[in-house]
Write a protein of this length. Structure first.
Lengths: 516, 346
């Protein structure tokens, strides 16, 4: 038997157009809690999916208990003693705790196939008790708090006799006290000989629990250290320290008068206390981890998601925004994050897509003037450099970058002042990226005020005049162009110790969502 | 470096055409041509089977019989483009006509007022459907309108119990039986609505937004389309057209009963589906549905002339419908090229 229970050597996983994992190594000792860290999109999720058999790697090998293994489906990984507890709890809310625990490996009487409920309830109760929980196994899963659901998920892992347990951001939605209970459970599992891979964005978790930490960045393996061997700063550098390869065009725009003032905007369970101003010609970067509430704030500004607290002022006048049409009337435009689902009608030509938000401008008393419409669609498509032959080319036939340009062109038909861009370069190739940066800067210099949500550090830093960092539904820090560094952003979006009280409170805000 | 990037982008500057080129192939590959072909086939077979079919008066009478339910086809096209369905329309016809007859016969309301109230009742039925569907988005339109279908029919029975109500004033029979310059009045009204709804769906911002919603409701909402408002308008239109059907039907039959217009929703949906309106939403043309009205209408009439039992008629229309829904899903090109290959290898 080797020193490690699990060893991954040179794992590479490619998806069409992307290398999701590039020569990644990983070693897990028995009875060890091993933290896995990295930014959004660093490849952590793909990595877990390889271990749990959801994806099979293109290259490299996996050694489990000293034997080479190759999983072709998750069931195989499960029978080999690997269990994963995911970030978004994946369970059956309408079924009981017992049913959730034994889902997929129910106890049945051999010949008749009858389910042995009594036995399963009994065993479920025993496992839960061993985890220090007095939950009734017959309760419905959906009526439990997130923390309790996590415990059930862990119980499920134990019931499959898992020797390797992967926890993907289990503390993300928990309060400090609940987290502490989870830590205790993790430790007792470790003491019983299980190995745990622990993924978290919170340094606190890592220091509290893990003895070893492995960092991934840009799909690559960066290194593995003992938790005591590496300093906090060195760890941050390891996580973000890539070279900035993208070139950002120089922005030449005057920052003018106030366009938008947001004061104390809040929505229970999503975000709280959001205050900022946006000026003409300014690009305000909005960053933070995925799930920090950035999109929700912006969708409130655009009337998609109603807010329940705070004030929005446009051009100094207080407004209430009930739906996207009203938002657009006030001069606010929004480029959604998911262009295929929220941004475009894929089955339509690009011209019709461009004119959809402002059909009124091409019609008289409701009658469409299709020639006028076609002329404007052509003009705007050319303005954003869509690579296509005709405005009748179907959007579904365009590349991601060109689709995004069409989505941007949609914003240019209306008479807007404020443009909110939600991950404008997500899933866009490098060439189209710089074209989109170019367009964004053009818009700023024409006097638009721009809010740009982005998870890509170099992009936020390269483009923004000011950056607001969000964590757990709150803005934790404003950074000016001059003072911004990747490290500063990362610290504001992750660290728990810099502003302990605030973090505590905002997590309470999140809690409401789960109970209410 | 920065300079180079800028230039590179200017270099890709290209022009797009905004003129749609005319493609003969595309023109003839339209579903409507196939429908016209089927329509001619129906006419030919009918003429062959029955010498009375093509006689002018016969055709005209036939047309009057199936046109009343055809009014509902127009809004149903819009509803199905929106990926929804409304199966309560038959019951709406019954309820609104029963209300009209009861108001006139039992409560002494003038017929003119009763007709207007009939229209209002129809619109209200549609409004209730629309409101339920937008308020409870997790419920599908089938379930919501199944509920209201039973409810509206039930109300009609409560009002009139199991009896007929007629004795309308003399002039009321004009709707069902009157002629203007030799043309049935109902046909004139039908043509007007056909033109109106075709323009509404294909030439206005309202129609464009319906297509947008049918293809991608989320993107439509993000583009400022007032999705809830449009949905409600379309369902109200359906109720309103059902009430118009009620007026023509009551006039033609001279009376009304709570069980009239039973299964109308099925005929209407069959006409819309045959007309090439995609049940997945977002696609289809009013013209197709209009041709389909005549195909199904004349088929029913012709089969009746040669004394085919109505049960057999259902079988034939069912087969026609299934074939028409399946054809567009078949990979005709693939089948054709495989066929060609086989012949070549032979």
């Amino acid at each position: 038997m080797s020193e490690y229970v699990l060893e991954l050597k040179g794992i590479t996983k490619r998806f069409p157009g992307v290398t999701a994992l590039d020569n990644v190594h990983f070693k897990l000792r028995p009875g060890e809690i091993h933290a896995l860290m990295g930014e959004n999109g660093a490849g952590k999720s793909t990595f877990i999916k390889v271990i749990t058999g959801v994806h099979s790697p293109d290259e490299g090998e996996m050694v489990l208990y000293g034997q080479k293994v190759k999983f072709s489906n998750p069931k195989e990984a499960q029978t080999m003693g690997i269990a994963a507890i995911y970030q978004h709890v994946t369970n059956y809310p309408d079924l009981t705790v017992t049913e959730n625990i034994f889902m997929g490996h129910e106890k049945v009487q051999k010949i008749t196939g009858r389910l042995l409920w009594k036995q399963m309830h009994e065993e479920a109760r025993e496992i839960l008790q061993s985890l220090g929980s007095s939950l009734d196994p017959k309760t419905e899963m959906g009526s439990l708090s997130v923390a309790q659901q996590q415990i059930v998920e862990i119980a499920k892992a134990i019931s499959t006799n898992a020797k390797i347990i992967i926890m993907d951001e289990p503390t993300a939605a928990l309060t400090a006290r609940e987290s502490e209970e989870l830590y205790k459970i993790a430790e007792s599992l470790r003491d019983q000989g299980a190995s745990i891979i622990f993924i978290s964005h919170r340094f606190e978790d890592m220091y509290r629990l893990a003895s070893q930490v492995t960092v991934l960045r840009d799909s690559k393996y960066i290194g593995s250290w003992g938790v005591n061997e590496i300093s906090n700063d060195a760890l941050i550098v390891a996580m973000v320290g890539r070279e900035i390869t993208q070139v950002f065009p120089k922005k030449e725009s005057e920052i003018g008068e106030k366009l938008l003032e947001v004061e104390g905007l809040g929505k229970i369970g999503f975000f709280a206390d959001i205050s900022f101003t946006l000026h003409r010609g300014e690009i305000l970067g909005l960053t933070g981890l995925v799930g920090a509430g950035r999109t929700e704030v912006c969708q409130s500004l655009f009337g998609i998601m109603p807010y329940d607290k705070g004030k929005i002022k446009v051009n100094g006048r207080e407004v209430s925004i009930q739906n996207p049409k009203e938002a657009m009337k006030l001069g606010i435009g929004y480029l959604p994050e998911d262009r295929q689902l929220q941004g475009l009608v894929l089955q339509w030509g690009l011209g019709r897509n461009i004119t959809l938000p402002t059909l009124k401008n091409f019609s008289k008393k409701g009658w469409l003037d299709e020639r006028k419409e076609a002329d404007l669609a052509k003009k705007l498509a050319e303005k954003v450099h869509v690579k296509a032959n005709s405005i009748f080319d179907l959007v579904s036939s365009l590349s991601g970058g060109n689709q995004q340009k069409v989505a941007v062109a949609k914003l240019l038909t209306a008479d807007l002042d404020i443009i909110i861009l939600d991950e404008p370069t997500k899933g866009v190739d490098v060439g189209a990226k710089s074209a989109i940066y170019e367009i964004i800067n053009d818009l700023a210099s024409q006097g638009y005020g721009i809010i740009m949500i982005s998870s890509e550090m170099p992009e936020v830093i390269g483009m923004s005049d000011r950056i607001a960092v969000m964590r757990s539904g709150r803005i934790t820090k404003f950074l000016h162009k001059e003072e911004v560094t990747q490290e500063a952003i990362l610290e504001a979006s992750m660290s728990d110790f810099s502003s302990k009280d605030e973090g505590e409170e905002s997590r309470k805000g999140i809690e409401v969502k789960q109970y209410g | 470096m920065e300079q180079r990037v800028v230039n590179q982008n200017e270099y890709v500057q290209r022009t797009l055409t905004n003129k749609q080129e005319f493609s003969l192939k595309k023109f003839f590959l339209q579903w409507e041509w196939l429908l016209i072909l089927v329509f001619l086939l129906v006419l030919a077979i009918n003429t062959h089977l029955s010498p009375y079919f093509l006689n002018g008066a016969g055709l005209r009478d036939a047309t009057m019989i199936f046109l009343d339910k055809a009014f509902i086809v127009f809004p149903m096209v819009m509803i199905m483009i929106l990926r929804d369905i409304d199966i309560s329309v038959g019951s709406t016809v019954a309820l609104s006509s029963v209300v009209m007859a009861t108001l006139y016969n039992n409560l002494g309301v003038p017929m003119e007022a009763a007709i207007i109230i009939c229209l209002l009742v129809g619109a209200l039925c549609g409004l209730i459907n629309g409101l339920l569907i937008i308020k409870f988005k997790e419920l599908s339109a089938v379930i919501v309108t199944l509920g209201t279908m039973i409810l509206y029919r039930g109300l009609a029975y409560v009002i009139l119990e199991d009896q007929a109500s007629g004795n309308f004033p003399e002039w009321f029979s004009f709707f069902g039986w009157g002629h203007v310059a030799g043309i049935p009045f109902i046909l004139l009204v039908f043509v007007l609505f056909a033109i109106g709804f075709t323009l509404l769906l294909h030439k206005t911002t309202f129609g464009r937004q319906i297509f947008a919603m049918g293809n991608n409701p989320t993107a439509s909402r993000f583009s400022g389309v007032q999705v809830d408002k449009i949905k409600i308008i379309v369902f109200v239109l359906a109720g309103l057209m059902a009430a118009i059907t009620a007026i023509f039907l009551a006039s033609r039959m001279g009376s009304t009963r709570p069980n009239i217009a039973t299964n109308y929703e099925l005929d209407v949906i069959a006409m819309v589906a045959l007309g090439g309106i995609s049940t997945a939403g977002g696609k289809g043309r009013m013209l197709g549905a209009i041709i389909a009205i005549f195909i199904i209408g004349y088929l029913q009439y012709g089969l009746g002339l040669i004394n085919i039992a109505s049960q057999t008629m259902l079988v034939i229309i069912g087969i026609l419908l299934i074939v028409s829904v399946v054809i567009p899903k078949l990979n005709l090109k693939g089948i054709f090229s495989r066929f060609v290959k086989k012949r070549n290898t032979n």
